[in-house]
Ligand binder design. Structure first.
Ligand code: SF4
Length: 82
């Protein structure tokens, strides 16, 4: 079974996971999305997939795009950072 079939966000509004801007509404959307992710049985698979595929839009695995970029940088040797 593909991990996506067990995703807690499967029946949620996809827009919740792709907040626009960085104002108050966006902050609330991120927190609501994280709440869904926290109860998701495939959080680790989702996060890993997003990091591996350089998916830098939206909330994946409970992390924002900025958080995933930071996580990816921490994994790279210093000489490979851009
Ligand atoms: S971790 Fe979050 S974004 Fe990923 S599948 Fe689960 S609910 Fe969806």
């Amino acid at each position: 079974m593909n991990w996506r079939e067990r995703a807690a966000c499967r029946y949620e509004d996809p827009e919740l996971f792709f907040p626009v801007g960085d104002g108050g509404l966006s902050v609330r959307q991120v927190e609501e999305a994280r709440t869904v992710c926290r109860r998701c049985p495939v959080l680790r698979d989702c996060r890993s997939w997003a990091l591996h595929h350089a998916e830098y839009e939206g909330i994946w695995g409970g992390l924002t795009a900025a958080e995933r970029r930071m996580a990816a940088r921490r994994r790279l040797p210093e000489r490979d950072r851009s």
